[in-house]
Design a protein around this ligand. Sequence first.
Ligand code: SF4
Ligand code: SF4
Length: 348
Amino acid sequence: MEKVRLGRTELMVTKLGFGGIPIQRDTEEDAISVVKRCLDLGINYIDTANGYTTSEERIGKAVAGRRDKVIIATKTGARNRDDVAKHLNLSLERLQTDYIDIYQFHGVNNQKHLDSILEPNGLLSVVREAKKSGKVRHVSITSHQMDIAKKAIATDQFETIMFPFNFVTDEAATQLLPLARQHDVGFIAMKPLAGGMLDNPRLAFKYLFQFPDVLPIPGIEKVEEIEEIVEILEAGKKITAAEKREMARLKDELGHKFCHRCDYCQPCTMNIPISTVLTSGSFAKRLPEERFFGDMVAKAMEAASNCADCGECETRCPYELPIRTLLNEQVDWFQAKKKEYLARTAAK
Ligand code: SF4
Ligand code: SF4
């Protein structure tokens, strides 16, 4: 498979990586088969995170015996030094390895979090020590927030950046990728299918494959999904005029509904985690059902049903999303889905 240089890490990664969120939904046997199939297809970049429950452990089992052929990236969302160290050691244990190729600060979406990483004796210093002792090879960051991502790149402290990028959420093409190139920071594209809103992988991946130094990491649950994307890559990257028109049409249609998870709309008067509610369709595709209905998403939906209709969030959303309407739609959708889930589990 074609390889690309991942910025200043100097790692040569395959043009397509593997995102390890959805294998949480598989049985362990199926999850291991999915990861092994990716390796057999030639993919050498595997992304996971401390927060993805069983994902690291399953990946560890799947890559056993082939560790030296794989670049493993994982993440910590920890907010204090002790937890960063704990997360890192847990990742090493779960992944059955003595080093992480790329260790990422996860979901850095506000200045406070970025400061806590960069300040003297901050979170970064823990990972730097781990780098000296060989536990970590490269230090990186992930974000959904354009301003924070730009600042992070400009510090020259991170070797890669992961940011949402697809033909609907395409700001990265003009605003972030040129800056990443300037600082020689590797660019990893999360949400290549716009969090599940794009159901045409051919269009979505042809768009991303046209950027020679971007590494898309689709979340993969089934063997057939990764086989389809590899076929798209092998069939050639040239985008036809009809495909361009279809991308523009979909961008126009979905652009007014798609939440970028940037959180510019916060703070909400009623403490509603707006982006979690608006992107819950994507969680439904990625999380095991018992977690989706019993955990963070359920709490977010409960909060959303208390929206005070003040409209303040809408004045702050740079994408002019009709947040209140979308919240209501999501709550209705969630309730209907939960009813169906409860009926199904009761019948078992
Ligand atoms: S309209 Fe609802 S979601 Fe928006 S800020 Fe007010 S309470 Fe929060
Ligand atoms: S609603 Fe708008 S401001 Fe809030 S997270 Fe989504 S895209 Fe960003």
